[in-house]
Design a protein around this ligand. Structure first.
Ligand SMILES: [Zn+2]
Ligand SMILES: [Zn+2]
Length: 860
């Protein structure tokens, strides 16, 4: 019989991934079967914000979340893995404002929302496309299109409003005029969780304040002289003898001549500047606290929402904070109140989106209770499993740092409308009850669904609807409810029953940079709504960085378009230049300029790797929870493993898959045992949702043990050379195929395309490997590391000996003396190395031409 490979294609091409996607779609491979008996596993997919084009960091993060889905599916779970998109929030508004060169407040609101929506639709298409091509097995793409949501859809927004209504009637929402973080650039309040810090160049000014009814004066150090008009207090530390005599006296603010009490205070830092500080409304969070504790109600603030000085600023009214600072310093200098100005660094709170300085100003906002329930939240958090355990600390630290309630109202347009109508007679805020919210209401334009004012009974026909929207996190912090079919968002006919059976959600996978916002808020809201943890498991991934550890960003040019690696043929024309790495930007981000594939005359613009290589590389670049450094050179190297796997499968496909013989040959017995060890190591990594462990183990074992040694040992036996009996031949063939199937299944969650391709061409045509179960070890795992080491060491010795003697690998060897432990494998060793005679024993020094290397004796 002539043996020919069953797998015809000589190379696995990345373009074959498209055929696999087609197969999954045609066969509805990942359809969610509602009446299945399998346990349900629900993934709270992070709804990606669709703005601009998806970058490589996004693609990798989501591919790793897909590994969770595929792993649980192969454990026998019925997995809900929704595709979803977040479309609420600032970036699209800012983008449209820039495009039209107009503030949204100067536009018709309806018209503005329409343009935002068009912008989002475009970006959404690209985001979903990248998810699909990265191999995400979302139900949405493959048989269950209903398992999909957009955070700005009427049904999702209705759920946001309903959960707000519940909180309202449980007295969890308060309204107050309180000092708030305000981003002038974005024109909105922002939450503490959205603040970042940066060290900016600044001046430390020393300014003289007179003391009332005295010749005495003090010198105060400040970086923000423009806040002098709002100075409410002057403080020094209890231990500071320099100022003790001033306690109870008043200082007079320069230029503004306001009387301000001087007090002892533990928050004063004797080491900072002159050690005596002015407390203004508001320089920072600590000013807010000190002023509140001092019982000063509604202190006057000077910075407006536009970042300018108001009437409290006197002659400086109308100037921006920066301009006012300059003008005030100039006047102080003229009037001899300025002692000095020195360079300093100032830790400035900045907005996480616009990266501009935050002001603290008094705003009328709605708040969701959080400070009072922190002890309960800490208890709830303990009920969840964290992957990795160490990343839980990010959440714990944040909970410890929370000092104010969550301001949830925003003065923006593209967000979920806050469903409140104000009575025209008594101005009471009327919120519809859950059952009255029969659809999503836009309070700024829709009539109230409630007829009469809850307080005075007046008709609400001419009530004024609330113009503000919710903080975008108020929408996304109920994503886990959507994933669990809350209010029938996916399956309207199976509303409460499904939710009640399956909540809390199985897992929250997310990146560590949104623990303070998305994770914390979701846990908080779930606690308020159900008094339950939102999730059973929380998986917190590190960030994707460039080869030098830099954060990927479009403006730096180190964030590339993932399509370049996975589907370059469809790279759209509008891809920003910074996302297409030309030769120069490659130089800056990777060391690939030496690769002929990407540079120079031989550069091949059509060369690409496919999603499998990108996915595998992401796993091989670091353990779960730590940051991943992604480089093209690593991708290039790891893609060779994909090729290697194809070559191995193609070779094995030469042989028929025989039944297991009654007696396995020792070499075959050895590889199956070694495989058991591999299975165990992989399953342990998988159970910790750390995909670097199976990836590394498989990579090393397949390449360095299976291909390099086992296949070589049994090759000639599998071919049936030298008059072997059937059982010996079948034993090799059986084990080659059995090993390959196990390798494919273990690799399937990580590299879903090639494993599917091989599995279907060799074993079960038209049946997806992803619907199989992960392998289990067949028996008690025996440690055979010693035999493995002996075999590997012996083979390497022979290869080296031949090489050292300038002989080809096929050249015969007349005699080898091997130790007892290798004796069961002697026939296979003979065939592998073309050895004429093998004897068992200790190395023999008396053999002529012997090459004694300690344990073995060899004679050519
Ligand atoms: Zn901002
Ligand atoms: Zn009323």
């Amino acid at each position: 019989m002539v043996l020919k490979p069953k797998i015809k294609k000589k190379r696995w091409k990345a373009s074959s991934e498209r055929d696999i996607i087609k197969f999954w779609a045609n066969n509805e491979s990942f359809k969610f079967i509602q009446d299945s008996k399998k346990p349900v596993y629900i993934i709270d997919t992070p709804p990606p914000y669709v703005s601009g084009r998806a970058h490589l960091g996004f693609a990798i993060h989501y591919a790793q979340i897909d590994m969770i889905a595929r792993y649980y599916r192969m454990l026998g779970h019925n997995v809900i893995f929704p595709a979803c998109v977040d479309r609420n929030g600032l970036p699209v508004e800012v983008k449209v404002e820039q495009k039209l060169n107009k503030s949204m407040h100067d536009m018709d609101r309806e018209e503005f929302l329409k343009i935002c929506k068009e912008e989002l639709d475009q970006a959404e298409e690209n985001t979903l496309q990248v998810m699909k091509w990265m191999g995400l097995s979302c139900n949405t793409f493959y048989g269950s299109p209903e398992i999909f949501y957009q955070t700005d859809s009427p049904i999702y927004r209705l759920n946001t409003q309903k959960t707000f209504s519940i909180a309202w009637y449980e007295d969890l929402i308060s309204r107050g005029v309180r000092p708030n973080n305000w981003c002038v650039e974005c024109g909105t309040t922002i939450a503490d969780a959205e603040i970042e810090y940066r060290n900016d160049e600044s001046f430390l000014h020393e300014i003289v304040f007179d003391i009332e009814d005295s010749e005495d004066s003090i010198t105060i150090s400040t970086t923000r002289p423009e806040l002098i008009p709002t100075c409410e207090l002057i403080i020094f530390h209890h231990s500071d003898k320099r100022y003790a005599h001033l306690e109870g006296k008043n200082a007079i603010t320069p230029l503004f001549n306001k009387k301000v009490p001087i007090q002892k205070h533990r928050e004063a830092d004797p080491e900072y500047g002159t050690g005596i500080m002015m407390i203004c409304a508001y320089g920072d969070k600590s000013d807010v606290k000190i002023i509140r504790e001092a019982g000063i109600i509604n202190p006057k603030t000077v910075i407006t929402a536009e970042g300018k000085l108001n009437e409290v600023g006197g002659k400086y009214e109308g100037l921006s904070a920066k301009e006012a600072q300059k003008a005030i310093i100039k006047d102080l200098e003229e009037k001899k109140y300025l002692v000095s100005s020195t360079d300093t660094k100032r830790r400035v709170p900045i907005c996480w989106r616009s990266k501009t300085q935050i002001e603290i100003i008094t705003m009328d906002e709605f708040y969701l209770k959080q400070v009072d329930v922190l002890p309960e939240i800490r208890e709830i958090v303990k009920q969840m499993e964290f992957y990795p355990k160490t990343n839980k600390i990010i959440l714990d630290n944040w909970i410890d740092a929370i000092s104010t309630d969550w301001a949830i109202s925003r003065r923006r347009f593209y967000g979920t409308s806050i469903p409140i109508w104000y009575c025209s007679k008594c101005n009471t805020a009327n919120v519809p009850k859950v059952e009255e919210l029969d659809k999503y209401y836009e309070a700024w334009k829709d009539k109230s669904p409630i007829d009469n004012c809850q307080k005075c009974g007046n008709s609400l026909k001419d009530a004024t609807g609330e113009e503000r929207t919710f903080d975008t996190w108020f929408d996304s912090s109920i994503s886990e409810l959507a994933a669990c079919n809350y209010e029938g968002i996916f399956f309207p006919e199976n509303k409460s029953e499904f939710f009640n059976e399956n909540f809390p959600c199985s897992i929250r996978p997310q990146a560590k940079d949104i623990v303070r916002t998305w994770l914390f808020y979701t846990i908080l809201r779930s606690y308020h709504l159900f008094n339950e943890p939102a999730f059973k498991q929380v998986w917190i991934a590190g960030l994707i960085r460039d080869p030098y550890g830099g954060k990927m960003s479009k403006s730096v040019g180190n964030s590339v378009d993932p399509l370049l690696f996975i589907q370059p043929a469809v790279l759209p024309k509008d891809t920003p230049a910074t996302m297409i790495p030309d030769r120069n930007s490659w130089k800056t981000i990777t060391k690939m300029e030496k690769s002929p594939k990407f540079s120079g005359k031989n550069a091949n613009p059509n060369f690409y790797y496919g999603a499998d290589s990108v996915r595998l590389t992401s796993c091989l670049q670091g353990s779960h929870g730590s940051d991943i450094r992604f480089s093209l050179s690593k991708l290039d190297g790891n893609s060779r493993f994909i090729t290697k796997l194809w070559n191995i499968a193609r070779f094995i496909s030469i042989f028929p898959f025989e039944e297991s013989p009654e007696q396995l040959e020792p070499t075959d017995e050895w590889i199956l045992r070694s495989l058991d060890g591999l299975i165990n190591r992989c399953l342990e990594g998988y159970s910790n949702l750390d995909f670097s462990i199976p990836a590394e183990n498989l990579y090393n074992w397949v390449w360095n043990v299976f291909a390099a040694h086992y296949i070589e040992l049994v090759k000639s036996r599998a071919y049936g050379e030298n008059g072997l009996d059937e059982s010996e031949i079948n034993s090799a063939r059986y084990c080659l195929h059995t090993s390959l199937i196990i390798i494919l299944k273990l690799l399937a969650p990580i590299t879903p395309f090639i494993t599917e391709g091989i599995f279907q061409s060799l074993y079960e045509p038209k049946h997806s490997i992803h619907l199989e179960l992960l392998p289990k070890t067949t028996k008690e795992v025996l440690d055979n590391t010693r035999i493995t080491n002996e075999l590997l060491q012996f083979n390497s010795f022979i290869w080296k000996a031949k090489k050292d003697n300038k002989k080809s690998l096929k050249e015969p060897i007349s005699l080898v003396i091997i130790p007892e432990i290798l004796s069961p494998y002697s026939n296979d060793l003979k065939a592998m190395h073309n050895i004429e005679k093998v004897t068992i024993g200790t190395p023999d020094k008396n053999i002529e031409d012997e090459m004694d290397r300690g344990e073995y004796t060899i004679k050519f």
